[in-house]
Write a new protein. Sequence first.
Length: 196
Amino acid sequence: MTNEKTNSLNEEVEIESADQVELTEEQAVLNEELISDETSVDPGEEYVKQIQVLKDKLEEADNRYLRLQADFDNFRRRTRLDLDASEKYRAQKLITDLLPALDNFERAMQVEADNEQTKALLQGMDMVYRSLVDALKKEGVEPIEAVGKEFDPHQHQAVMQGEDENFGSNIVTDEFQKGYLLKDRVIRPSMVKVNQ
């Protein structure tokens, strides 16, 4: 009986090991399928994709760098232009403040001198006036020509219109207040009368 039991046990072990072998074979088939699925993607293709991604990132970084460089160049150019303009028109505020004094000198010098004392005073005022005008010229200030010129809204401010046969249409006939240019900028337009 012991032999029979031993034989039956051996048979059971053989059946179990056969089942395990079958399972192992099934696992091997599944493993092979998984491996073949994974290896169906060519590793070279994966590298090509990675290289393309890296190229795209590099191109994006290059574009960003070029934009930043262009922005910096524009900033540097604008700063230089602002500094140039600041230097060119540095005296504009002072000149604007001096123009009313210059107007007052011109009005005062139009007084008729009836005695020697008044003539001496006017001569002294004329010297001061010329000194002011020379200092302003050194800074680039020039009076705007108005009478007899065509009306220019950038340089003239029309306060009156009139009819004068001696002048053509849209020509300045009278100037009430002088206008001035600082280099190429109008710092005060001329107040004028324009012919219709």
